[in-house]
Design a protein around this ligand. Structure first.
Ligand SMILES: *[C@@H]1O[C@H](CO)[C@@H](O)[C@H](O)[C@H]1NC(C)=O
Ligand SMILES: *[C@@H]1O[C@H](CO)[C@@H](O)[C@H](O)[C@H]1NC(C)=O
Ligand SMILES: *[C@@H]1O[C@H](CO)[C@@H](O)[C@H](O)[C@H]1NC(C)=O
Ligand SMILES: *[C@@H]1O[C@H](CO)[C@@H](O)[C@H](O)[C@H]1NC(C)=O
Ligand SMILES: *[C@@H]1O[C@H](CO)[C@@H](O)[C@H](O)[C@H]1NC(C)=O
Ligand SMILES: *[C@@H]1O[C@H](CO)[C@@H](O)[C@H](O)[C@H]1NC(C)=O
Length: 362
């Protein structure tokens, strides 16, 4: 054998031995050693209050969640869990990360009351992330900023206990700002997942090439682009074949009234089914955080289309079928709404825009 070949073989062997270990995590003390391994097993344990569980994985590592992880209850900023690494295979195996939400919930979310760890789960991996259950997020559940292509699938975010008031919430639903997925990224697919919460199922704040498909959203504020702050672009989002049940609205684009220098374009909806929308079928509004307030001019929205198969939305009586509230000149072009059907409700306002094609409110 040539010297070069011997050297290559030796290097390969050394690296496979180094990374080839199986790391076992049963407490935070195990993390520094375990995260250097190519396989990392997380066993059931409780993370002490007031600290995060942070995993920085080696390229190509596989993680197996083999038991439930609970987080100690304490008011602090979070996040509770952070995972980073490239080409990771993260298998949740149906096990639970329990955020202890009822300990924090006071009906106020991020707007006051006790400080709540948020986001609960910070996902900074490429690869796949699957079969994880997040139970009772104190506030926002997932924040996703993947360094390369990532598929998230078969996930559950269960904040259903937050639907009802508790002793701290003054009659309000206890859970608030419990967003399912907050996304500012490119090359992300979220599919076959279920979110039961009290805020956005998905919120895309910026990014491109994002697909949200075959998910189920229960009780929250629907599937959102935004809110859109200043100097950001959202370009290329596909929202398809989702089921949306008992939300405030099914599909929303929300731009901050004060934003400047931002673009929302190339958003495609198809095959979504929504039942029991409380306020709107579709809401596209440039006056956020107001609803149908005075719109701003700093976010240009274009190329918003409904394509086959048809998206069908059933709204409550008294709810607007669609409402579009644009600043003068800031919604552009023609939007094809031919493959949208809205059942029930009343005609909503369309302000400063005449480009909707193929759909008439009844
Ligand atoms: C992860 O560890 C690598 C070194 O192994 C380091 O360069 C990188 O900054 C760490 N990433 C995070 C998010 O801590
Ligand atoms: C991840 O895997 C892909 C496909 O195998 C490869 O092209 C890419 O270089 C890998 N990324 C890293 C950071 O290892
Ligand atoms: C935190 O408090 C909540 C609500 O009381 C409870 O469900 C959860 O089990 C607690 N978590 C821990 C780790 O004790
Ligand atoms: C947006 O960009 C403009 C022009 O570059 C800059 O003046 C402004 O501070 C930016 N605003 C934010 C919120 O980033
Ligand atoms: C729109 O976005 C999709 C990805 O969602 C992309 O494939 C397509 O090229 C984009 N179209 C335009 C005109 O940029
Ligand atoms: C049209 O947009 C302007 C701001 O560009 C706003 O002042 C006005 O209220 C909008 N018209 C309607 C009917 O909302």
């Amino acid at each position: 054998m040539s010297n070069i070949l011997v050297t290559l073989l030796a290097l390969g062997l050394a690296s496979s031995v180094k990374g080839g270990c199986i790391g076992e995590i049963s407490s935070l003390d195990d993390v520094p050693t375990a995260q250097t391994c190519s396989t990392v097993n997380i066993n059931s344990f409780t993370v002490p209050p007031g600290v995060g569980f942070t995993l920085n994985l080696t390229n190509g590592a596989t993680v197996n969640l083999n038991g439930n992880v609970l987080f100690g209850n304490m008011s602090w900023s979070g996040p509770l869990f952070t995972v980073s690494g490239d080409n990771i295979t993260f298998n949740g195996n149906g096990n639970i990360f329990d955020g202890g939400g009822p300990f924090y919930w006071d009906g106020l979310g991020g707007n006051g009351g006790v400080e709540k760890p948020a986001p609960m789960m910070k996902i900074k991996i490429s690869g796949t992330y699957s079969n994880v259950v997040v139970l009772n997020s104190p506030e926002r559940a997932y924040s996703v900023s993947n360094p390369g292509p990532l598929v998230m699938r078969n996930l559950i975010v269960d904040d259903s206990q937050g639907d009802v008031p508790n002793a701290q919430s003054n009659g309000l639903p206890a859970g608030h700002n419990t967003d399912g997925f907050d996304v500012s990224t490119t090359n992300l697919v979220i599919q076959d997942s279920l979110v039961h919460n009290q805020d956005d199922c998905l919120a895309v704040n910026r990014g491109s090439n994002i697909v949200f498909t075959r998910n189920t959203c229960i009780n929250g504020h629907g599937i959102s682009i935004g809110s859109i702050a200043s100097n950001v672009t959202v370009d290329g989002v596909i929202i398809s074949n989702n089921i949306i049940i008992d939300n405030d609205q099914a599909l929303r684009i929300k731009a901050d009234a004060t934003s400047i220098g931002s673009i929302v374009t190339n958003i495609t909806y198809s095959g979504n089914i929504a039942i029991g929308m409380r306020m709107f079928g579709i809401l596209i509004d440039q006056s956020y955080p107001d609803t149908l307030g005075v719109p701003g001019n700093g976010v240009i929205i274009s190329d918003i289309n409904f394509i086959s198969p048809q998206t069908v939305i059933e709204v409550d009586s008294g709810a607007d079928q669609i409402a579009i509230n644009c600043g003068i000149g800031s919604c552009e072009g023609l939007w094809n709404f031919a493959d949208l059907s809205v059942i029930g409700g009343i005609e909503g306002p369309i302000n400063n825009f005449t480009g909707v094609e193929g759909f008439t409110q009844t």
